[in-house]
Design a protein around this ligand. Structure first.
Ligand SMILES: [Zn+2]
Length: 80
């Protein structure tokens, strides 16, 4: 009976050690974990802030960081 208890304790210890080793390993690098492809950075025509192409708002005279800058730029540069 004592032998069974020792065997059980050893098995539990091994199981716990195995779990902690697996937790320390970094997650596998799959396609889902890959970072997004780099995007070209564009410059706001009004304030000069650089922003990724996906976030840039195209407007007359260039791209802008937000609607307010696009409106301000187009107001100060009236179409001729
Ligand atoms: Zn801006």
């Amino acid at each position: 009976m004592k032998f069974l208890l020792v065997l059980l304790a050893v098995l539990v210890l091994l199981w716990l050690l195995r779990g902690s080793v697996q937790r320390r390993m970094p997650p596998p690098r799959g396609k889902a974990a890959a970072p997004p492809a780099p995007q070209p950075m564009l410059r706001c025509a009004l304030c000069g802030t650089h922003l990724p192409r996906d976030e840039a708002l195209p407007g007359r005279g260039g791209v802008f960081c937000d609607d307010a800058h696009r409106a301000a730029f187009e107001k100060s540069h009236p179409e001729s």
